[in-house]
Design a protein around this ligand. Structure first.
Ligand code: ATP
Ligand code: MG
Length: 379
């Protein structure tokens, strides 16, 4: 079993100083609008992933008056305690400690799996490709540290190659080829491995998302996922590498003219279709939301397979967005998953507690403070 037992927040958004104890199964975070429900879920996510699901800018998370934030929480995994501390001070690197030992910011990405679904996840469907690439990169990194390392190396090579391309404008073609050759090789090797890791991830995600989506739509609709690549990818990374290399040679003049790399996984996309139609163009709000939720719940299933434990599931204000049928199917899914779950709501908690039928804690939030707590058993 994997869960978070307690959390201390200092200077995190509207929390000045608060300590919380959680139920290992179900925690319902309730309160009026703008009191701190999402902020609390964000803090749990941040402690696990060392980044927010709302912003790339850590400064936004620091309380406007305090200017810094500090989080401490105890994760329990297979009976062992892992105390994680994170402290942010402007303009210095984020400090992360596990059981008092300083660790690299991203070193524990795989250790404490948390999956969040929030209203902003609609953007995963409706925005441009970069948000879906980020999703793929984060998920693949959390499932494999090799992917994370290869992605970082790819990004470094890409940056240096672009820098070189910009300086080649007045050189002749032979000189340019000579200078670019080692960068082409690295880009191709890392890039094709990234593409194949993503293909594998998408295949696994698609299978799980399909099952979830069918249930959510009472078997009336189907979701499918495809990888759209700027490279004509093949069966193996080596073959894809050859195709990538050839394509780069063909684009040489264009790349030098533009001063940037015009092919590679940094430009690819995850395409999402419902019954064969592109969700970005044709889907209703509810379909988009269901598709985004299916991706996230597919992640839950993949984590379960990988870690043999459910991840912590954070659902921010989800139930107000779906019709009754979809709501019931989501509750069924949650009931089957035996992991720890946090659900935030500005509405009624009674139906949730009754439907999920497990030990629970209701935590009421008011102006960045816990103002009431209530625990109870499932039937
Ligand atoms: N850096 C910050 N410093 C201080 N307050 C902040 C900071 N960032 C956000 N807040 C405030 O935190 C409050 C609570 O935000 P939060 O998003 O958690 O609300 P919520 O309870 O989820 O509300 P809703 O039901 O509307 O989603 C807001 O009033 C917001 O202005
Ligand atoms: Mg909120």
């Amino acid at each position: 079993m994997f869960y978070i037992e307690n959390l201390r927040l200092k200077g995190l958004r509207n929390y000045r100083n608060q300590e919380l104890q959680f139920n290992p199964r179900l925690n319902v975070i309730c309160g009026e609008n703008a009191q701190g429900k999402t902020n609390l879920l964000e803090a749990i996510y941040y402690l696990s992933v060392t980044r927010s699901f709302r912003t790339k800018n850590d400064q936004e998370l620091a309380n406007r008056e305090d200017g810094f934030f500090y989080l401490k929480g105890k994760f329990i995994k297979n009976g062992f305690n892992h105390e994680v501390q994170v402290s942010y001070i402007p303009k210095s690197p984020l400090k992360v400690k596990i059981n008092s030992d300083p660790v690299n910011r991203y070193a524990h990405l795989q250790k404490f799996p948390v999956v969040v679904f929030s209203p902003d996840d609609l953007l995963l469907i409706s925005e441009g490709p970069s948000i879906r690439r980020r999703f793929l990169n984060l998920e693949a990194s959390r499932l494999s540290s090799i992917y994370f390392d290869e992605l970082r190396s790819y990004q470094r090579v890409l940056q240096q190659r672009n820098h070189l391309l910009k300086s080649l404008y007045n050189r002749n073609r032979r000189q340019a080829d000579e200078l670019l050759e080692p960068w082409d090789k690295s880009l191709v090797m890392l890039g094709s491995r990234i593409i194949h890791s993503r293909l594998e991830l998408i295949m696994d995600l698609a299978e799980e998302a399909k099952i979830f989506f069918q249930h959510m739509t009472s078997f009336t609709e189907n979701i499918s996922l495809f990888y759209e690549s700027s490279i004509d990818y093949r069966e193996s990374p080596e073959e894809t590498g050859d195709a990538f290399y050839m394509a780069l040679q063909e684009k040489r003049d264009l790349e030098i003219k533009r001063g940037s790399t015009v092919l590679g996984p940094h430009l690819d996309d995850l395409r999402i279709f419902i019954d064969g139609f592109d969700t970005r163009k044709y889907s209703s709000q509810g379909q988009k939301r269901t598709a985004a939720l299916a991706l996230k719940m597919a992640e839950v299933s993949l984590f379960k397979k990988e870690h043999e434990d459910y991840p912590i599931i954070l659902l921010d204000d989800v139930f107000s967005e779906f019709d009754q049928g979809r709501k019931m199917h989501l509750l069924e899914f949650l009931k089957k998953s035996s992991g720890q779950c946090f659900i935030s709501t500005a509405g009624d908690t009674g139906e949730l507690i009754e439907s999920l039928n497990r030990d629970y804690k209701i935590i009421s939030i008011w102006q960045g403070r816990v103002c009431d707590e209530k625990s109870g058993p499932g039937n």
